[in-house]
Ligand binder design. Structure first.
Ligand code: FES
Length: 116
């Protein structure tokens, strides 16, 4: 076992986890375009040279914010949580979190919307 926290903390400012969980019995992010949301996030970051440099992105199982209206995601270590995210929401969400040019990735949310 290797503890690599210092190495990763030095490299990354944030990690976005996007739910792509698929299931039959309840609403799920796979059925609400979770993969498309993850792809849109990666592309937005790539366009600003921030993907896998300042911010990494991973898909994950259920985050407990299930909805038929959009995917759930969390941004760590900020402890920020979103649900009902549609692919078209991604530019506004990421600009609010990381700045329009993704040049504030280590700063915390810059203009995140208020909680519902
Ligand atoms: S299925 Fe995505 S948060 Fe539960």
């Amino acid at each position: 076992m290797k503890r690599r926290s210092d190495q990763h903390r030095d490299r990354l400012d944030a990690h976005v986890f996007v739910c792509t969980n698929d299931r039959e019995e309840h609403d799920c992010c796979a059925g609400a375009d979770g993969e498309a949301v993850a792809t849109a996030i990666k592309q937005w970051l790539r366009d600003r040279d921030a993907f896998w440099t300042a911010v990494s992105v991973s898909t994950t199982d259920c985050l407990g914010l299930c909805s038929a209206d959009g995917a759930a995601l969390t941004i760590q270590p900020r402890n920020e949580w979103y649900s009902d995210v549609r692919p078209e929401d991604v530019p506004e969400l990421l600009a609010a979190e990381f700045g329009p040019e993704a040049d504030q990735t280590g700063a915390g949310p810059t203009s995140a919307p208020a909680d519902d």
